[in-house]
Design a protein around this ligand. Structure first.
Ligand code: HEC
Ligand code: HEC
Ligand code: HEC
Length: 197
């Protein structure tokens, strides 16, 4: 009896570790989201121009009364408040349901809308001193990508994360045109100063 009990307890204790291991194997380690304030410190120009884009404002689309005709046409209720709806939040906030990601407007205001890390990857690791930092301006891109940075951001990244037919508004018949959307949807692009290869 004692032996069985012991086995049960041991299993319970190591289970979360096993689950974590399995997840890491499948998806790689999950880095945490840190919010736009951190990126803004070193990338003020990108931040300012991103703020003006539809991406930064994507959360507002979930509010009642916004785009009523388009919502009706897509089979949604124009008067409903979708700002806490788990069906919508994964693509209209940053990192919803993931470590450090969006929880609510009150708790995580830095993660409202489609912000830096939705396109460039969760930043908890790659912004450490030994990776992308003012002390290491000449980081090697491959090294930073290994710890979670997504760069360059491609059309595939956009369709994988948001612009796919899980959205009520993405037209299956019309492929996502990355080249046309890049300028209106991301931010002003400033050539990098340092070498990273
Ligand atoms: C402490 C400063 C610092 C912080 C904080 C920081 N970065 Fe950077 N980042 C840099 C530097 C320095 C470069 C290289 C700039 C250059 O070459 O001109 C860079 C480059 C980049 C690049 C280009 C990558 C490449 O080489 O292709 C991206 C994308 C980027 N940062 C995104 C972010 C995001 C997103 C955040 C927030 C999660 C962030 N950065 C936070 C300093 C920082
Ligand atoms: C898989 C990601 C995804 C999910 C889930 C999602 N959206 Fe979106 N949503 C998008 C994308 C991408 C666009 C922009 C489409 C475009 O312009 O190409 C968008 C656009 C919109 C728009 C503007 C449409 C227009 O043409 O005016 C509204 C409103 C909207 N979404 C509401 C919602 C609501 C409400 C939900 C939940 C029921 C939801 N979305 C779920 C990705 C998503
Ligand atoms: C909707 C996606 C998207 C969002 C949101 C986004 N970026 Fe980018 N970012 C891009 C694309 C696309 C590029 C250009 C990739 C390329 O050069 O091929 C880029 C390039 C960059 C670069 C390289 C230099 C440049 O200006 O092109 C930096 C630095 C950067 N982003 C930082 C940020 C920061 C900081 C934020 C948040 C304030 C942010 N990005 C938000 C898509 C995005």
């Amino acid at each position: 009896m004692k032996a069985i009990l012991k086995a049960v307890i041991v299993t319970i204790l190591i289970m979360p570790g096993l689950v974590l291991l399995a997840q890491e194997k499948k998806e790689g380690p999950a880095y945490g989201y840190i919010g736009t304030k951190k990126c803004k410190k070193c990338h003020l120009k990108q931040f300012k121009s991103w703020k003006e884009t539809n991406m930064a404002k994507a959360f507002d689309l979930l509010k009642p009364g916004v785009r009523p005709d388009n919502k009706k046409a897509a089979g949604l209720d124009p008067q409903k408040d979708y700002t806490t709806d788990a069906e919508c939040l994964p693509c209209h906030t940053t990192g919803y349901g993931q470590p450090g990601g969006f929880v609510s407007v009150e708790e995580t205001p830095q993660l409202i809308g489609v912000s830096c890390e939705m396109c460039h990857g969760a930043g908890s690791e790659y912004i450490k001193k030994e990776h992308m930092s003012l002390k290491n301006k000449h980081y090697k891109l491959a090294e930073v990508v290994k710890v979670g940075l997504v760069s360059p951001v491609t059309g595939d990244r956009c369709t994988e994360v948001c612009h796919n037919d899980k959205s009520p508004f993405v037209d299956k018949a019309q492929p996502f045109d990355f080249a046309a959307r890049k300028d209106e949807g991301t931010h002003e692009h400033i050539p990098l100063k340092y070498k990273h290869d």
